[in-house]
Write a protein that binds this ligand. Structure first.
Ligand SMILES: [Zn+2]
Length: 500
């Protein structure tokens, strides 16, 4: 047999002056690994999916400068970046903390907006803390302990609400991930040597350093979300929350943006396969939910809706309004890229306008949410300017729509959030409070016992109340311009999607 017998004749190609964004789109849309670069009908080069990913900036060191629009660089400028794998053998010492300092009065009575508690599951195990890159890495699951402690000190979470996660099996991971990639993750986490092929899977990079037993830690985070799915789909629980999940940047065959396996994608594939459910995925992380979008880009039974800071200057660079899905899935990827420095009112205008319209048009059987809380003014990795108010509103509308459209079936995951002291514990407390029917309506104080326990360790002054007081942040000078730009984005986002 000759090469001509097996070669493809209809080629997807790209030109040297095309942007890296276009290359990325073509690779994902056509599920290919290589793109011949053609100029005036002549082959002048070839790029691979790895070249494209390596040319994209890291989530840690993203530029924010007009000259460095991240995906608008021409393909011809791409160069190999070197990836230095490193291992970290430091064993994690975090353990479940003692719950001293409970309030002497029932704070919950003062803050519950709804008196009837809903049966919701809080998926947690201290094994989650083994998802640990290294001491300097911004992704720090200490935030789970801070949140758990805050919830317990506010009497919002009891031991009965907590359900342990399970491990995702290899077959479950393979619903989304390539077997080769799963094997590479295992090998990296088990070996003391450097694994030469690691970098080709996005492992051992600045964003996703190798750490001991990384497969087990990552499969547990996925299993937590699968457990949440099972509890909700069986009808045993109305909602379930897995804050260790929300790892929305993980790709089929590649780690990306602090995410090894993509629990959201695996859970959605599991919902499709086991329950034949139509899934609405709502992603409110400041970064585009790229891994989930690409996994279901041509699937009309999964609608991915992402509200994020525009990818012009922020990792991963995608999430453009024009990414609307492919083939039968056209219209089922909805992106709302918001301008840098967007504040609460404009952020919420986008959310309150687009989400109900899309949800009612799509009519899901179940809702999966990703609750990254890195859009806050304090977050060190992004450039949005919201306060805690959006974290009060986000789960409220999601839950109302779940009640209206799918008998309450809602699975919530965590996500990004890099101010682990001032933002994440408060945001995820608001999330759990809402989803467990204990809505916090007033700006209640953070228990003194919690502040006393963590203030010394925190490099910043801990917040005294669950919401940010009015006027804490000075108004953004370009507010009117940003709001107008976002209004335009909202209109365009709704153009081709299901509308109700
Ligand atoms: Zn993020």
């Amino acid at each position: 047999m000759l090469v001509e017998d097996i070669m493809r004749r209809s080629l997807i190609t790209i030109e040297p002056e095309d942007s890296i964004r276009l290359a990325l789109l073509k690779i994902h849309q056509h599920r290919i690994r290589h793109l011949p670069v053609v100029s005036e009908g002549k082959l002048v080069g070839i790029i691979s999916d790895r070249d494209v990913r390596d040319a994209c900036p890291s989530i840690i060191s993203t530029p924010h400068n007009e000259d460095e629009k991240i995906l608008d660089t021409p393909v011809s400028s791409m160069q190999e970046k070197s990836c230095v794998p490193r291992t970290n053998n430091r064993s994690t010492q975090h353990r479940f903390q003692n719950r001293e300092g409970r309030l002497s009065y029932d704070l919950a009575q003062r803050i519950r907006g709804i008196t009837m508690k809903i049966k919701s599951a809080f998926i947690y195990s201290d094994e989650y803390l083994h998802y640990f890159f290294n001491e300097e890495h911004p992704f720090n699951q200490k935030r789970l302990v801070l949140t758990l402690d805050l919830l317990q000190m506010m009497n919002l979470l009891s031991e009965n609400d907590i359900v342990p996660p399970r491990m995702a099996t290899d077959d479950e991971l393979a619903l989304i991930h390539d077997r080769q990639y799963i094997e590479a993750v295992k090998e990296c986490g088990h070996s003391k040597q450097e694994i030469p092929i690691a970098a080709s899977f996005g492992l051992g990079t600045e964003d996703c350093p190798i750490f001991p037993n990384m497969h087990e830690a990552s499969a547990l985070a996925v299993g937590g979300t699968l457990r949440a799915v099972e509890l909700v789909m069986s009808g045993e629980y109305r909602h379930a929350v897995n804050l260790a999940g929300g790892l929305h940047h993980g790709f089929r065959g590649r780690a990306s943006g602090f995410c090894i396996y993509n629990d959201c994608s695996v859970a959605i594939a599991y919902l499709r396969q086991k329950y034949d459910a139509r899934v609405l995925y709502i992603d409110t992380d400041a970064h585009h939910g790229d891994g989930v979008q690409w996994a279901f880009y041509d699937d009309p039974n999964v609608l991915t809706l992402s509200f994020h800071e525009t990818g012009k200057y922020l990792f991963p660079g995608t999430g453009n309004i024009t990414e609307r899905g492919d083939g039968q899935g056209y219209g089922f990827s909805v992106n709302v890229p918001l301008d840098a420095f967007t504040e609460d009112d404009s952020w919420l205008e986008a959310y309150d306008t687009v989400l109900p319209t899309v949800a009612r048009g799509f009519k899901p059987d179940v809702i999966v949410t990703q609750n990254g809380c890195d859009s806050h003014m304090f977050d060190p990795l992004t450039h949005l300017s919201t306060s805690m108010r959006i974290y009060q509103e986000i789960p409220k509308l999601a839950r109302e729509l779940a009640e209206e459209l799918c008998d309450g079936r809602l699975i919530a995951t965590g996500g990004g959030g890099y101010d682990i002291w001032r933002v994440v514990p408060r945001a995820w407390t608001l999330l759990w409070a809402e989803l467990s029917g204990q809505r916090i309506v007033n700006n209640v104080p953070i228990p003194q016992a919690w502040i006393a326990k963590y203030q010394e360790e925190s490099p910043v002054q801990l917040a005294p109340t669950i919401l940010d007081p009015e006027g804490l942040f000075p108004p953004i000078p370009r507010r009117a311009e940003i709001t107008a730009k976002n209004k335009n984005t909202i209109e365009k986002a709704l153009l081709y999607c299901p509308r109700g």
